[in-house]
Design a protein. Structure first.
Length: 215
């Protein structure tokens, strides 16, 4: 089964929203709709998309800001890691109060670590990757050699751990023992900045290739 991945960079923090489409059925997953909801809806229409699920890697405002706008147009379940539901509902924890545009969400479905599900005909494994937030997660598509890693892993870098519910030791563990153990050929789609792959990050990411257990 072939997929098409479209990336839209949205909002004041240049966050990446991803549309992952089954090319056979046009069904799609919407990952981290952070802002500019109309632009995301326009892209869905251009792709003749049929959204089936909204997936959140974590609850920070720049990743969730357009979620309600998307599901008002497409009444599909909004999903996140079980531990992240509290972050979505707390304007301090999700940082939206800091930027004077409070937003809260309530998920329709929550995941457990290691859960595997199929939506839009796409098989997805949920990997709990705490550290940036307590309920951050990555969505791994084993049949398509892709992982959507939110703000856990960046190209040659890693997410911050000094926000509410963050933890530097947990972030290092998530990087080393959960994400970079994926197959080397896996393409990594982060929440910001350039795309990368697991093999490159194993060899060159300075946060992984050192003896420190913190960021």
């Amino acid at each position: 089964m072939e997929i098409q991945i479209a990336m839209l960079t949205v909002g004041m923090l240049a966050e990446h929203c991803y549309l992952v489409q089954n090319t056979d059925t046009k069904e799609m997953l919407v990952i981290d709709p952070g802002d500019h909801g109309q632009a995301i809806l326009d892209k869905i229409e251009t792709m003749q998309g049929r959204p089936k699920m909204i997936l959140l890697t974590h609850g920070h405002f720049d990743h969730i800001g357009a979620a309600d706008e998307i599901r008002n147009q497409y009444p599909v379940p909004l999903c996140c890691m079980q531990q992240e539901a509290d972050v979505l509902s707390d304007t301090d924890a999700n940082l939206s109060a800091m930027f004077y545009h409070p937003v809260t969400l309530r998920p329709d479905r929550t995941f457990e670590d290691g859960e595997v599900f199929t939506a839009a005909g796409i098989r997805v494994k949920v990997i709990h990757t705490p550290g940036h937030t307590k309920g951050g997660c990555c969505y791994y598509l084993p049949d398509n050699a892709a992982v959507f890693c939110g703000d856990t892993l960046f190209h040659g870098s890693a997410g911050r751990s000094d926000f509410p519910t963050g933890n530097s030791y947990e972030l290092m563990d998530s990087l080393r023992n959960k994400i970079l153990t994926l197959p080397e050929e896996t393409k990594a789609y982060p929440g910001h900045d350039a795309l990368t792959d697991i093999g490159w990050e194993r060899r060159y990411n300075p946060f992984v290739n050192n003896d420190n257990n913190y960021i």
